[in-house]
Design a protein around this ligand. Structure first.
Ligand code: ASP
Length: 300
């Protein structure tokens, strides 16, 4: 149990100009791997990676969050520690620079699992999480994406929103040297979503899940599909209760997503044995993984 495993993702969809994402994915997975190499916990590694992904405007989380129908960012994030099933989440926050740090504060500093809106923002600020003004998220690219989605009268996944096609919900899953698992997911949601809409990303068991008895999972795709199938938890169930190996469980979960609701998306997994897996039916998935010194990046 002395090795470590780490997988990150930057969203699923029709990935245009994949070369733009490779240096960022490599830099961020390397930072997480270095931390795990030096003995960081899985919890620390996933929150580090997701914080770095949130700070990179290439992705639909934190700084690069897409805008809702009123032109505001409403971010969602969740984190889970597989060692003790502790979990924290925030939703509908528009003033928090790094929503994953707010989710972590909920997990570590409150008796609750899930805080939303102004209450989540006030709680985060009271625990030292940085706030920003709403204009922080109103980048020219995001305003353009929103105008296009409105013109087509649709709610768009970031990687499906032409012509920029450049952003993605983010996530990380890890197993540390002690054999503990953790998962984290963060998103701006979907362009032109109704105000107040929450997707799967912060929902424990839908878009994020970790349990040392099975695996750590982070999902990306149309949130409504993952909510209706509780898909992250399904992967854990298939490993712990049905005896599937990590890749087989990831594949079976995507098959269930398709079979049950005609869903679209992808997920990344680290199994309790440290095996890294990903599965998708979306046309592309930005991901990178590190295992005991080896790093691979994939934009397909
Ligand atoms: N799952 C996210 C949501 O529905 C979107 C994404 O993964 O890109 O909020």
């Amino acid at each position: 149990m002395s090795g470590y495993s780490l997988v990150i993702h930057g969203g699923a969809g029709a990935i245009r100009e994949p070369g733009r994402f490779e240096p960022s994915l490599r830099r961020i997975v390397a930072a997480g791997a270095a931390a795990l190499e030096q003995g960081a916990t899985a919890r620390d590694a996933v929150s580090l990676c997701v914080t770095l992904l949130e700070d990179d405007p290439l992705y639909n989380a934190g700084l690069g969050s897409v805008l809702n129908a009123e032109g505001r960012a409403e971010c969602d994030a969740g984190i889970m520690d597989g060692r003790n099933l502790m979990a924290g989440a925030v939703a509908g926050v528009g003033r928090i620079k790094n929503p994953i740090l707010a989710a972590r504060a909920v997990m570590e500093k409150s008796p609750h699992v899930f805080l939303i809106g102004a209450g989540a923002e006030d709680f985060a600020a009271a625990h030292g999480v940085a706030l920003v003004t709403e204009s922080y998220f109103r980048t020219p690219e995001r305003l353009t994406d929103l105008a296009r989605a409105k013109a087509r009268n649709e709610t768009a996944l970031d990687h499906y929103a032409p012509p920029t096609e450049k952003l993605g919900t983010v996530g990380a899953v890890a197993r540390d040297r002690g054999g503990n698992l953790a998962a984290a997911t963060s998103t701006g949601g979907m362009t032109n979503k109704l105000p107040g809409r929450v997707g799967d990303s912060p929902v424990i068991g839908a878009g994020v899940f970790a349990d040392n008895a099975s695996c750590a999972v982070s999902c990306t795709g149309v949130g409504e599909h993952f909510l209706r199938t509780t898909l992250a938890r399904v992967v854990g169930f298939l490993i712990e209760d049905q005896g599937l190996d990590t890749q087989a469980a990831a594949d079976a979960a995507i098959a269930r997503l398709i079979g049950k609701v005609g869903g679209v998306g992808a997920l990344i997994v680290v199994g309790r044995d440290g095996v890294c897996a990903r599965a998708q039916n979306a046309p592309g998935l930005l991901s990178a993984w590190a295992r005991d010194g080896d790093i691979e990046v994939s934009t397909q």
